[in-house]
Design a protein around this ligand. Structure first.
Ligand code: EPZ
Length: 422
């Protein structure tokens, strides 16, 4: 097994470029199956989640190969409608196969993806959308069978108890693209990754109105063609590096991100007194000059504060003057990392969907265990500012969503290495 070993208290300085967005790449890979023509995708992040998606593709007949380090060629000349259970359980985003296979083949047999530590991950809104499109769905022993022979345009609202659904919006858009007639999706998710997916579908010849708004109109049934496309940068990786610069009192520049994708996050950081701003070319500048002050934050669907940067902010707030509060409105259980931070001397109390964070607490190095992708990234940040050595285990979680995180941090001056542990 691998672990990350970090020697803390080193200022980060220099430039880092983020990789392509995992959460834009996964739906874009899936959407490539809506045509039998060749698709070329640039800025693909080299992550284990991408590998898993390509593994699933291979089992259902998709040809894919890297034509350069970050450019993928994909072609789905013919497809099987049955998705293997053991791979679906590995990654929730395999749910995207439902939308594309329903659209392309009108038939899908797929096992329910697993839940995960950040909380209950229902699919009721996905199912609601597919049924509104005329799909008949039966379930047996945890496997869904979808029959889309009567697929047609519809109007459907995808709002749930925690706002809209990112994967649900994408799934219904991809099925609607192939459903004859007009489909209107109300309360669609407007995350940048959903917008990137819609732009990709437009480049394949799809007709979608309202991109970037919560009402999408899809003119379905038209054939799609192959295309070449470049994926947006990963805003969650960028936000993680912003926190790394601030928590080490450093001075860094982060490139590779479009302008305006992290406005709410950067606004919250500026409320702590952080000197952080984004140029119109998307480059983010982080200069730590003075101690940060406590703030209160509530996570929410875009354009709100992203839940995927909540853990990283929490670590930063342990070093700010005063007491802060974070309320997690998307995944109330998304505080598994708190126990690990408290092992380092942090004083964080979380009840229900709120974490109460005591500031100005010096952290001490410790042995920590990552519980999920973003929590793992937060533990790296804690190790960067802690006194002494920190060892972070189960870093396979990190490899799902961060490309070459240790070498990027080393380039900025961190003393970090990946080691083998029993
Ligand atoms: C996407 O997950 C992201 N994953 C998550 O990033 C991200 O945290 C999340 O959106 C919220 O922004 C990918 O894009 C692969 P949701 P998703 O469906 O689509 C409820 C990461 O670290 N809901 O938007 O699965 C649900 O319980 C990951 O990269 C329903 O009630 O999230 C949650 O409370 C973690 N019914 C809320 O909506 C449904 O049918 C948002 O879920 C679907 C969701």
């Amino acid at each position: 097994m691998k672990a990350a070993h970090i020697v803390g208290e080193r200022r980060l300085e220099g430039n880092v470029r983020v990789s392509g967005s995992k959460n834009a790449c996964l739906p874009i890979l899936a959407a490539s199956l809506l045509t039998d023509e060749e698709c070329v995708i640039n800025n693909v992040p080299r992550l284990s989640d991408i590998d898993t998606m390509l593994e699933i593709f291979k089992t259902i007949g998709v040809d894919s190969s890297y034509i350069s380090s970050h450019t993928l060629k994909i072609q789905a000349r013919s497809l099987s409608c049955e998705v293997p259970e053991q791979l679906v359980k590995k990654m929730r985003a395999s749910i995207y196969l439902m939308g594309v296979l329903l659209g392309r083949l009108r038939r899908v047999v797929i096992h329910k993806p697993g839940g995960c530590v950040i909380g209950e991950r229902p699919f009721d809104l996905h199912i609601k959308g597919f049924k509104a499109l005329g799909c008949e769905i039966s379930e047996k022993d945890g496997t869904w069978m979808l029959d889309g022979k009567n697929l047609h345009g519809t109007t459907v609202c995808l709002s749930g108890p925690h706002g809209s659904t990112v994967t649900g919006t994408v799934n219904v858009v991809m099925a609607a693209i192939k459903a004859p007639g007009r489909t209107i999706i109300e309360s669609a998710a407007i995350e940048p990754e959903v917008i990137d997916l819609c732009r990709y579908l437009i480049s394949m010849g799809a007709k979608i109105d309202g991109i970037g708004t919560s009402t999408l109109t899809i003119h379905g049934g038209e054939p799609l063609h192959g295309c070449e496309y470049t994926i947006i940068g990963d805003r969650m990786e960028a936000g993680t590096f912003v926190c790394a610069g601030l928590i080490t009192g450093g001075n860094i520049e982060i490139s590779g991100l479009e302008f305006g994708l992290l406005d709410s996050f950067l606004h919250s950081l500026r409320k702590t007194g952080a000197n952080v701003f984004q140029n119109t070319d998307g480059t983010i500048h982080v200069q730590s000059e003075k101690p940060l002050v406590a703030i209160d934050v509530v996570t929410g669907p875009h354009p709100g504060f992203p839940t995927d940067l909540q853990a990283q902010l929490c670590v930063l707030l342990t070093q700010s003057n005063g007491n802060s509060t974070i309320r997690e409105s998307i995944y109330p259980n998304r505080f598994m990392y708190v126990a690990e931070l408290n092992k380092m001397g942090a004083n964080i109390d979380h009840t229900g969907e709120c974490a109460h964070i005591k500031g100005s607490i010096p952290l001490k190095g410790a042995h920590l265990w990552a519980t999920d992708l973003r929590a793992g990234a937060a533990l790296y940040l804690a190790g960067l500012c802690a006194k002494g050595d920190t060892f972070i285990h189960d870093i396979f979680h990190i490899d799902r969503g961060y490309e070459a995180l240790e070498s990027k941090l080393q380039m900025l001056g961190a003393k970090i290495e990946r080691i083998t542990v029993d």
